[in-house]
Write a protein that binds this ligand. Sequence first.
Ligand code: S3P
Length: 440
Amino acid sequence: MSQAEPTRIEPLPRPLCGSIRVPGDKSISHRAVLFSAMAQGTSRVRGLLDSKDVRASIGAVSALGAKVDLEKQPDGSLAGEIRGWGEEGPAQPQEPIDCANSGTTARLLMGVLAPWPIRVTLTGDDSLRGRPMRRITAPLMKMGAQFEPAGSETLPITIIGDRDLKAVSYESPMASAQLKTAVLLAGLGAEGETMVTEPAISRNHTELMLPEYGATTTAGERTASVEGPCTLQATEVLVPGDPSSAAFAVCAAMMKRGSQIQVDNVSLNTARIGFTRTLERMGADIELIHKGSAGKEPYGSIHARYSDHLVGCEVPADKIASVIDEIPVLALVAAHAHGVTVFRDVAELKVKESNRLQATKEGLLSLGVECWTHGEDLFIQGDPDLHVPEGIVFDSRGDHRLAMTWALVGLCHNAGVEVTDFACTAVSFPDFLDTLQGAC
Ligand code: S3P
């Protein structure tokens, strides 16, 4: 909610070229911090994203008694040790825990705390205090946790944990990795198998990482389960680069004529690289080069080359979870393609760090792009000759992914733009601008 002057983003002087690296994956970083804090013993983590969101998770677990000893590395990441509370359980904090802008911190913490005799108030910034939480509290209440105020949809909410949680088999009404993870983490403290079934596949980092901490999990097409009770055991985690951050560089290459770029050391987890498949279906020239795996997370390089004949495509409802954080920037690329692109059933975008559905429409309309919603579907009529007028000011709404999306308009065209509260990029990609400017 900064009131600072908008930031001016000037056009890149040349096409993007060469190799870049993006910071550590945000979802994996949160999990590395939280799971290490839950574990018995001292975990070693490397490649952790140093961003406001991950700092919120670090602050939270520190307040709950984990000993976090991480240092900034020359590449900007955090590395070091986290000693968890293990069998002793989390300490009772004296103050509410401020999750800042981070939905992942707040929602996953509810699952972390549910199996302990503890009473913790979670809160956050204006954006997070407007986001839905009942999707998490409802299944945790079925397991035996309590919340005050009872039935509240928004933070601040106090969680009152219970040592005798019941294992559940939960049919989730939505494809949400945060929801799935909260239930599975609570399930680690319950006797027997806790299972979550989703209507579509969501990101699976939790299922991939928990076995590294000694938990027994199963992962099916749309189901995941854990066996409880289980005390996690300390391990080593190497966090690969964030595909959601890489998406901005790749999409910039789609819009800046003549670009050819490679993003190295990035997670190639199939639940996360839906944006590459969407761009390929639009006719983009993209290559994925697998290099290895960090734990069970595959990683490698993404190679992307500019093309002037992108065509619109349809992204079906069951693929939305795989591109959920990339829809604003994909919509911007779609605005440069021949024909119409449709993203089906994107209601979830309304409850992200801001109402991204409304914001994406407004931003594209200010560029003169025809774009509309019908029901919960988002349509964009592309124009390969899109002309960016001078003097556009985009409202980022304090939302990191919107700030970066609108910055690409200025970077990739001949007219600069202004973006409000650009500093919010520190939530996930603090060096966003330097990284892109350094690639040309
Ligand atoms: C995340 C899951 C997604 C995503 C968010 C991070 C995670 O949210 O949008 O940025 O780390 O589990 P949902 O679980 O609400 O779909």
